[in-house]
Design a protein around this ligand. Structure first.
Ligand code: PMP
Length: 413
């Protein structure tokens, strides 16, 4: 066993995840954590308690159960702020997920700040959820979209970005970590380039939040989004972080209860941020389970903190790349140094066929375009196979993947 397994060896993290077993109690080699992470029992228990004996609405109740639930819900917001090292919990907006967070920024900030002739800078490797909301904004406002190319090894080309940003650019929106290639953005450098032309910068942190230490001030971005379900928490909740002054200046997005100060047919006034962006009954139990997920992740990471998780997953990715490179028919995509995500294609075997054969071996990989069709076009492939790691992943998972590929090659002759 290599150092990559140290984290798991110190404490059997797999045992905390009921989802990592097959139906008959065997080992399930789950290599699709970039799509969604399995849930530790602590999160399942927190959610179940919140839905059961603790359940009540938040913010409006005068009875003690509701008051306690409100405390729990707001404690979750503080926990998120602490996890990402935000200046204040008022910078944390609960949304349905990263996708909704980006749509919120595009519609609220975008409609108020983007006009005809303005430009929005994206990159070739973005997830559809960091492309389509900006295309819709461009259609509404007459803005133009530019696409930053990639380096040969699949990273966002920051030399090109620096050379091509202009004062017409009002927003730069980039993936902090690519969900297909695992490429890590030089985020501070990208933020500096955006600042130099007076543009705002949004980072899509879906793949970085579960595996990197985050400090909003250090990243120096304006908006940051992530989804709880990739961070070992529940579906249905995510986070939009934005600098307080920016959030305060943003107009309401959806209207309804909880986002108002007073409502009158003569005119309505709105609550301050973040409540202004949280219309309706919020994701109460999901927020409480997200709190439990962050507690779990930090506890699992131990003294090494999120850096240790990053090391664990990136060294598994390096091992996987080394193992896969032994197959002549495998073409590895993306940079050598990846944040726990490895994409590849096999000559003569469609990724879907590979995924189906691996499934028979209890190995779950992702096969498809990964909601990144422009990246597939760039790579010249319709789809890739992707193995992605989580804090519970082991070298045993990689060995099972390699066995499955061996078998696939035999089947395909
Ligand atoms: N961006 C990236 C980089 C992602 O990996 C994902 C999820 N695959 C998303 C955005 C969208 O996240 P969600 O579907 O949870 O809103």
């Amino acid at each position: 066993m290599s150092e990559a397994d140290t984290l798991v060896r110190q404490r059997d993290l797999r045992a905390d995840f009921p989802g990592l077993l097959t139906a008959d109690g065997g080992t399930w080699h789950y290599l699709d954590t970039a799509a969604t992470a399995q849930k530790p029992q602590a999160v399942i228990d927190a959610m179940s308690r919140a839905l059961g004996r603790d359940y009540a609405t938040v913010h409006r109740g005068v009875y003690s159960r509701s008051a306690n639930m409100t405390l729990g819900f707001e404690a979750a917001r503080r926990r998120v702020a602490d996890f990402i090292d935000a200046a204040s919990e008022n910078e944390v907006v609960f949304v349905r997920g990263a996708t909704e967070g980006i749509n919120l920024v595009a519609q609220s900030w975008g409609d108020a700040n983007i006009g005809p002739g303005d430009r929005i800078m994206l990159s070739q490797l973005e997830h559809h959820s960091n492309i389509v909301p900006w295309q819709l904004l461009a259609e509404r406002t007459g803005a133009e979209i530019d696409v930053c190319p990639l380096t040969e090894d699949g990273r966002i080309d920051l030399d090109w970005l620096e050379a091509n940003l202009t004062e017409r650019h009002k927003l730069v929106a980039l993936a902090h970590v690519s969900n297909v290639l695992g490429s890590i953005l030089g985020a501070k450098r990208a933020a500096k380039a955006a600042r130099a032309v007076g543009a705002k910068i949004l980072l899509d942190g879906c793949q970085s939040a579960p595996r990197m230490r985050l400090a909003m001030a250090e990243l120096d971005c304006d908006f940051f989004v992530f989804s709880a379900h990739k961070l070992y928490g529940p579906t249905g909740i995510g986070v939009l972080w934005a600098r307080e002054d920016i959030l305060e200046a943003m107009p309401p997005w959806q209207g309804g209860g909880a986002m108002i100060d007073t409502v009158d047919f003569g005119g309505t006034t709105y609550a301050p941020a973040p409540q202004r962006f949280e219309a309706g009954t919020p994701m109460i139990t999901e927020a409480i389970a997200l709190h439990a997920a962050i507690d779990y992740v930090e506890d699992a990471a131990g003294e090494g903190g999120m850096e240790a998780l990053f090391e664990h997953e990136s060294s598994l990715a390096a091992t996987a790349r080394a193992e896969l490179s032994r197959f002549n028919s495998v073409r590895l995509l993306g940079p050598e140094k990846s944040a726990g995500i490895v994409s590849f294609v096999m000559e003569g075997v469609h990724p879907h066929d590979l995924g189906t054969i691996l499934d028979e071996e209890n190995v779950a990989i992702r096969a498809g375009h990964h909601c990144a069709q422009p990246l597939m076009q760039h790579l010249g492939v319709p789809a890739t196979a992707r193995a992605s790691f989580g804090l519970y992943s082991t070298e045993g998972d990689i060995a099972a993947l390699v066995r499955g590929i061996d078998r696939t090659l035999k089947i395909f002759g």
